[in-house]
Design a protein around this ligand. Sequence first.
Ligand code: ZN
Ligand code: MN
Length: 476
Amino acid sequence: MIGLETHVQITALKSKLFCGCDADYRGKEPNTNVCPVCVGLPGSLPVLNARSLELATTLALALECKINPRQFFFRKNYFYPDMACNFQISQYDKAGGVPFASGGTVVFKSGKDTYTVNLSRIHLENDPGKLVHQGSITTSPFTLVDYNRHGIALVEIVTKPDLRSPEQARDYLNTLRNIIEHCGVADLSLDGSGRTDANISMKVEGREGGRVEVKNINSFKDVEKAIQFEIIRQRQILKSGGDVPQETRHWTGKNTVSLRVKETEEDYRYFPEPDLVPIEIPDKLVGRMKKAMPELPRARAQRFKQQYNLSDYDSEVLVSTKSNADFFEETAKINTNYKDIANWMMGDILRRLNERDISIRETKLKPKTLADMIDAINTNTITGKVAKDFVPKLLDGESLPKLIKGIEQKGGIIKDPVTLELFVADAIKANPQIVQDYRTNPKALQALIGAVMKLTEKRADPALTRDLLKKHLDQK
Ligand code: ZN
Ligand code: MN
């Protein structure tokens, strides 16, 4: 059984959760983005960021949670150098407390199936500072601390233990990320803006292990790996008759290591935060945020189907990340060959992006360039094969006109049957084995088209090549 607690920085905020320090702490000199309030100096008093309530409301609505109209903050006490004041200002669902919002669901696809994860709550709290180690946490001779991040607004999203596999965890998180980005609450491409703790408990051949919490998995991508590792580790222990104790572990990027035997909730000595007044979330605020709610992924995929005449599958894949969906729509404003745009984005472009592990926004490709490339193919200025080769260069910002010029300098696309016939004849002569194969397997034609493309430096008109090849082969 897997449950996830995901801390998301509300990066849409301009300042921290309880003080006026800049919310954009990244890249700053260590310990310069701080004030007496966020590091908790004696006599300083926190003041809640009003905009954080609006954005948390937006997120709660998008996740279908029930927003608690009256709530207050708690102190969660713990003694650790990343927390300068020895307590975190958080919310609590016991001792008369309620979280920001309760319940909620996320519907996600994993493989061919659709699942629903139930959320137990979402709550607001401040981010701790950052501990910096040389090399890894286990071998570093020292720990440095940087409080620039201390006090950044977080919303913690806690699921019930509804997930059953590392893949489901990954797919849930990707869906969650997509909803959060569509809401405009956070930009999760920022390093460390989405951090997950994974709770994993296993039962193997009737033997039950304790609940293991893997802390602070710093990227969504690593969650799947960390859970995979834990499942293997726990299964081996349980199978060999050992015990899996309840504990907190740390993900190193390769494996998990024990941090401490898990503290219990009592250890945190939760009590109401006396420096902050209770909060009311008026219906008016909820109504206003509901009205201003941006289009969410599910509605957007539905609209893609209708507006661009795309299949269910295409719409879902394109809308599965906000950056791809935005890029598609910007391209579709310039070029109305929607299906072509979808095919290029979901085929060669997506494949290259996956290879490089980046999003389309992180490349230099512009919607206009993709639109122009599709036009160039459709007007027979370049072949699809050439365009395929272009893709990596276009992602790196090479200009399309320059690439087209290069093709033209070589003589452009060969559309003249007499010239092309020479290449076709050469290809047939050079590949007797493929010609042989073609007699029993017509699919071998593809390999011969490839041979012609090679001879012509990919300048052969593909349809004409196919016709000429068939004509030659079927004669014999
Ligand atoms: Zn501050
Ligand atoms: Mn937390």
